[in-house]
Design a protein around this ligand. Sequence first.
Ligand code: C2E
Ligand code: MG
Ligand code: MG
Ligand code: MG
Length: 284
Amino acid sequence: HAKSRGRNNAQAFSPVLEQQVLRRVDLQSQLQGALLRNEISMVLQPKISLADSRIVGAEALMRWTTASGQHVSPMDFIPVAEQTGLIVELGDWILQQALEWLASQDDRQLSVAVNLSARQLEDPQLPQRLLSWLSLRNLEPQRLELEVTESMLMSNREQASHFLEQVRNFGVRVAVDDFGTGYSSLNYLRWLPIDVLKIDRSFIHDLNRADDARAIARSIMNLAENLRLQVVAEGIEDPEAAAFLIDMGCPLGQGFWYSPPLSIAAFAERLSIPIPSIMRPAAG
Ligand code: C2E
Ligand code: MG
Ligand code: MG
Ligand code: MG
């Protein structure tokens, strides 16, 4: 069998697959203890009121820089953290960081959005911990938004709806991230307590290039309006996309055109400077 043929003859493994497995194992061992070693940090991407280019809040995003200075994308390490269970610690950590940041802000209108992962929705104690972190800092729950994806909602309906109903009862808001990319029906919008749809950045990216992307973005906005949900456009990369969205009446957005994710210090600086005139919507 395979073992007796020797280590250089692992025929079932393509080199690419083998590399992926090695990388995963590697990431797994490195991620262990990363929090204690201070390798994990939080960045904040401004959320913008498009009509006047004002910052109204932030999305908290996790960053990992290894001891050797290597930046690892959350798209690579979050799945690893999910598999190993480390996501519970990491998820608690960013939630608390985000709330601590929010509590430190003078502007009590600001809100913060935090991404959840599937495992967190299955944590029966998390809603209660969340509530205590909010009240500890005297924060109105409405200022926290939790982002979940359609696939997370679909893969575990029972636990997802139980979780969301609890946090929603406290007043925490719920957003569907990457909306329009899941293979799900829209039926869940009727039975889950959802407050916000975040239009996936693939549609926003193509706004000024493709009629179909424009049609889909517009339809999502109509859907949101009819269901009385808020709508946020993500991935606004150029002024043309911003102009389209403002034209369509999209209230909120985020993207590199306005600002990349920032450190806490850079965010504070950005809040303190006047809105760059180039970003103000054209008069009239
Ligand atoms: P997401 O929640 O959809 O976050 C938006 C991603 O788009 C972020 O990537 C952000 O940096 C990026 N982005 C922002 N503006 C633009 C733009 O104009 N153009 C383009 N092309 N991209 C833009 P990031 O930070 O690498 O995060 C990737 C994904 O990893 C996130 O997607 C989210 O699903 C996950 N993630 C990040 N932080 C966390 C976390 O703390 N917890 C969990 N569970 N997942 C996280
Ligand atoms: Mg998100
Ligand atoms: Mg997400
Ligand atoms: Mg997204």
